[in-house]
Design a protein around this ligand. Structure first.
Ligand SMILES: C[S@@+](CC[C@H](N)C(=O)[O-])C[C@H]1O[C@@H](n2cnc3c(N)ncnc32)[C@H](O)[C@@H]1O
Length: 319
């Protein structure tokens, strides 16, 4: 329960058209201030002012990441309840809302095209690049250990790149499918898998943001060093969960929060690592439980990045 003036404050924060548009955009997932500014076509100080009012009223949450700040709907509290109540009632055919959604889709397509250009350029050298600054051998050993003694029917590797995880985890599945949006990466993956004689693994072209449900249902999904290429990793997790069997698991490998801004500028990263708290929030919204999380600190002499391994499980497990 809250005092009258507190409630009026929350209503005032939500009761303005730009702020309602912001809430509707954030109901679709995390966004950076930079992207929100472009979508709304308003100045950055103006958008930041609106966001601050929403955050002060408990309707949204801010997360600073290097030079960028991300916002999302507040996960709990009366502000969160009001934000969800309101955004569920915004008419998707409303002209302003439709324009915002079109701009959001255009922006995502542009960002994806930039990332695709980057991966097209690095495809041949990816196997070397992927080991830079990270304790790769320890991480791969731990991923394999997560599957130890198991042989699942279908393992799906999202953002498979050169197919390395399909190769590492080959003893643990009867059928492996890798999905990636880069033809260049997939070309390298195909020749690698063929050279390794892995006839039960195949790779296919696809967009993780719009996964074909016919790929599943999978027992295990692997998402290895992929989520930080997306502004909203939670949206990708929700997509991935749709491919899982009830009780199926997702193994995620990604960076812990860091400050290496050059990874954005030079290597197409969007998020500077993912925190434990963020992953808990995204997983919970996607209907997944976080079963375990391990950290692998990098070598600090080498700008070492800490790598995290998460094990998530579909909440509708039948046991
Ligand atoms: C950093 S690489 C990781 C590759 C592999 N998992 C590994 O660890 O070596 C990220 C991969 O995600 C792919 N990717 C990025 N956005 C994607 C999307 N929207 N749909 C499918 N794949 C995507 C890229 O093409 C790239 O191969």
């Amino acid at each position: 329960m809250s005092g009258l003036s507190d409630l009026v404050g929350v209503l005032k924060a939500a009761g303005e058209s730009t702020r309602l548009r912001l809430l509707a955009l954030l109901a679709d997932g995390d966004h950076s201030v930079k992207d929100l500014t472009e979508i709304l076509d308003q100045s950055q100080p103006r958008v930041s002012r609106h966001l601050k009012l929403l955050a002060d009223a408990g309707l949204v949450q801010r997360h600073a990441e290097g030079a960028w700040a991300y916002y999302r709907l507040a996960p709990e509290g009366q502000g969160a309840e009001l934000a969800r109540w309101l955004t569920a009632r915004v008419d998707s055919t409303d002209a302003e809302r439709r324009r915002d959604q079109e701009r959001q889709a255009q922006l995502r397509a542009t960002q994806q095209a930039l990332a695709a250009d980057y991966f097209a350029q690095v495809a041949e050298s990816w196997d070397l690049l992927r080991t830079l600054h990270v304790p790769e051998a320890a991480v791969e050993g731990a991923v394999l250990a997560e599957m130890a003694g198991r042989s699942v029917d279908l393992l799906v590797d999202l953002g498979t790149g050169t197919g390395r995880m399909l190769e590492v985890l080959a003893p643990a599945y009867r059928r492996g499918v890798g999905v990636d949006s880069s033809r260049e990466m997939l070309a390298v993956a195909r020749s690698r898998l063929a050279a390794a004689g892995l006839t039960n693994a195949q790779v296919r072209l696809g967009d993780i943001a719009a996964l074909d449900p016919a790929i599943g249902p999978a027992d295990v999904i692997v998402i290895h060093q992929v989520l930080h290429y997306f502004d909203d990793p939670g949206r990708m997790l929700a997509q991935a969960r749709r491919l899982l069997k009830p009780g199926g698991e997702i193994l995620i490998v990604d960076f812990a929060p860091h400050q290496l801004e050059f990874l954005r500028a030079d290597h197409a990263h969007r998020r500077l690592g993912l925190s434990r708290e963020q992953m808990n929030g995204w997983a919970s919204i996607a209907g997944l439980d976080v079963l375990a999380m391990r950290e692998f600190p990098g070598d600090s002499k080498d700008q070492g990045l800490t790598v995290c391994l998460w094990r998530l499980q579909d909440r509708s497990r039948t046991d």
